[in-house]
Structure formats: structure tokens, C-alpha cells
Design a protein around this ligand. Structure first.
Ligand code: BJW
Length: 270
């Protein structure tokens, strides 16, 4: 199939889709004011994110790494979900099976209302005891103690996120691959699609016959694999697709998304 960037052409595919999976990355939160990883605004002091998001950085200087996370927690704390997050939360009520897989650790998808959500790289609002592995939710900003220590055993705490060179939670990753293999439509949104293993999910979906749609500020390595490419701001493109989908559902009440869900979507999504 030739690649397209027409929402009109995309809608008939979405009307037929029962299993939809979305992979998101930092670009989805950019319009909420959270810097992306590899953008020019991704720098903190003189460090690149790739230098600090590693277990080696943490072992050699836990204070420096925690200062970075404390700064990011303060930056994220008052940020709100944008139209991209809100649209994806609505899609749980639109498609018969919908899953959102995110690489983001900012918690904004959950704040927007998404519940069928896999957070592949963890969550910045959680901490983990290095000695005992206990996970705590902690939303205090700024942190009173850097680096923080475990309230139970006094051991060093670390952010409950996945750094370079660390394995992702195996159950979560297996589920993400299962969903990607089984879906009919996969969106890759606001991710540079270079960090593995997350970047393999859309490829796995496409290899299994799913329709792949990329929404990004610029082309990524997925551009040649995707059948639909939309370049621009996710917070503008997703609501446009959503509106076109609702209009098509209005016109075609017998669409295979399912009559009951269609009615529910019409009532709740306008
Ligand atoms: C917009 C927009 C708007 C902007 N609208 N779009 C195979 C080959 C080579 C290397 C590896 C490999 N397998 C594993 C590796 C090593 C490594 C890796 O992938 N390295 C690559 C850099 C090559 N992977 C790992 O280490 C992973 N572990 C692993 O695989 O374990 C097994 C293993 C270990 C060792 C060796 C081999 C195997 C773990 C990866 C963990 C990533 N962790 C981080 C930090 C999380 C914690 C934190 O936030 O502090 O996760 S790194 C960082 O990158 C973060 C992100 O989730 C992740 C992805 O970034 P993302 O989301 O794509 O952001 P950006 O900034 O890159 O892109 C934003 C995009 O948005 C851009 O394209 C913009 O254009 C766009 N955009 N505004 C739409 N408004």
C-alpha cells in the first residue's frame, strides 16, 4: 500500500479496526511543556539525558542523578495533559479493544484518564529501594533529602524508571509485544523510534499485518514502514482524526466498531 497523509483515507481503516494499539513517546508531552529527550531543550546544565539515565551514572554519582530527577519532577508537577493525551484517553471508549503503550514516565496519560495503559519505562512519581526492591509512590517536590533514603530500611532509593542498559519489566514487555502482534492498527506517536526494545513494537505490528500510522513532528526510521504518515503536532493531528472518526460514525451507524459502542461514543465523546 502506498503511504498516505490523508485523514479521509485513514478513517475507513479505523472504522473497521477492533484491536488498536498506540505507542507514545516524549513528543506527546512536548505540548504540555515537558522537554523531549533528544530535542535541543532536552539539556540539563551541561548534561545530555543519555549521560544521566544510566545505572553507571547513578552508581558513580547518585546525588547528581537525583538532582536531575528532582528538577524534572518539579518541572512536570504542574503540567497538564494536552489534547493528544485527552484524545487517546477517549479512544478507550471508541475502539472495542484499545491499549496505550507509553515510554513516558511523566504520568500524564493516566492523568488524562487512560486506564488500559502500559508504562514501559516506569514512572517518575515512584521510587525503588536499591537494597530491598520495595516501590513507593512519592509526589513530594522539591525533595527534602537528596539522595532520598528508604523509610523502611534506610537504603538508597532510586527513581522507579528504566535506564539504558537495564532490562524492561519482562511481563510488561511480553504483554506489549503480544498486543502489538495481535492488533490490526498501530499508531506510533511522538517517539523518535530509536530506543529499543520499544522501537521494535510498531515494526512487529507491521510485520504481522497491522496498519501502521506515524504521527510525529518529523520523519523517523518508521516513516518508510508506515502506511500513513502525519507530520506536525500530535495535539493538533489527533483531535482532527478523532473529529473525522466521530463524523464517520455518525454517518455510518452500522460500522463494525459496534453499534452499542458507537452510540456510547456519540453520547460521551462530543
Ligand atoms: C513531536 C512533538 C509534537 C516533538 N508532536 N511529535 C539494540 C540495538 C542497539 C542498542 C540497543 C538494542 N537493544 C537495547 C539497546 C540499548 C538501548 C538502546 O535502545 N539504545 C539506543 C539509543 C540505540 N536500550 C536499552 O538499554 C533498553 N534496555 C534493554 O534493551 O535491555 C536489554 C539490553 C541491555 C543492554 C544491551 C542490550 C540489551 C532500556 C531503554 C530505557 C530507556 N530509558 C529512557 C529513560 C527513562 C527514564 C527517564 O525518563 O528518566 O527512556 S531513555 C529515553 O528514551 C526515555 C524515553 O522513554 C526513550 C525514548 O525517547 P522518545 O520518547 O522517543 O523521545 P525522543 O526525544 O527521542 O523523541 C521525541 C520525538 O517526538 C521526536 O521524534 C520529535 O520529533 C517528536 N516530537 N514534539 C509530535 N508536538
Amino acid at each position: 500500500m502506498k503511504s498516505s497523509s490523508s485523514i479521509e483515507d485513514l478513517i475507513p481503516h479505523l472504522l473497521q479496526a477492533k484491536k488498536v494499539v498506540v505507542l507514545t513517546g516524549a513528543g506527546v508531552s512536548a505540548e504540555s511543556g515537558i522537554p523531549t529527550f533528544r530535542g535541543r531543550d532536552g539539556l540539563w546544565k551541561k548534561y545530555r539525558a543519555e549521560e544521566l539515565a544510566t545505572p553507571y551514572a547513578f552508581i558513580s554519582n547518585p546525588r547528581l542523578v537525583w538532582e536531575w530527577y528532582d528538577w524534572r519532577r518539579q518541572l512536570i508537577a504542574d503540567k497538564q495533559p494536552n489534547p493528544a493525551h485527552l484524545t487517546l484517553a477517549k479512544w478507550e471508549n471508541i475502539f472495542p479493544s484499545f491499549w496505550l503503550i507509553t515510554q513516558n514516565i511523566d504520568g500524564l496519560h493516566q492523568q488524562a484518564g487512560s486506564r488500559r495503559l502500559l508504562e514501559l519505562h516506569g514512572n517518575i512519581w515512584k521510587m525503588r529501594c536499591v537494597d530491598e526492591g520495595t516501590v513507593f509512590e512519592n509526589r513530594t517536590t522539591p525533595l527534602p533529602e537528596i539522595p532520598p533514603h528508604c523509610p523502611d530500611c534506610g537504603g538508597l532509593l532510586r527513581p522507579h524508571v528504566v535506564w539504558f542498559g537495564e532490562s524492561l519489566d519482562s511481563a510488561l514487555l511480553s504483554e506489549a509485544f503480544r498486543l502489538s502482534h495481535e492488533c490490526e492498527v498501530m499508531f506510533s506517536i511522538g517517539t523518535s523510534a530509536i530506543v529499543q526494545p520499544a522501537a521494535s513494537l510498531p515494526v512487529a505490528a507491521a510485520e504481522n499485518g497491522a496498519l501502521l500510522i506515524e504521527i510525529n513532528a518529523e520523519p523517523t526510521p518508521l516513516a518508510s514502514v508506515a502506511q500513513f504518515n502525519f507530520y506536525g503536532r500530535a495535539g493538533e493531528i489527533l483531535p482532527q482524526i478523532h473529529q473525522a472518526l466521530l463524523q464517520a460514525l455518525e454517518k455510518n451507524s452500522s460500522a463494525s466498531l459496534g453499534k452499542n459502542r458507537t452510540t456510547k461514543a456519540r453520547k460521551t465523546e462530543k
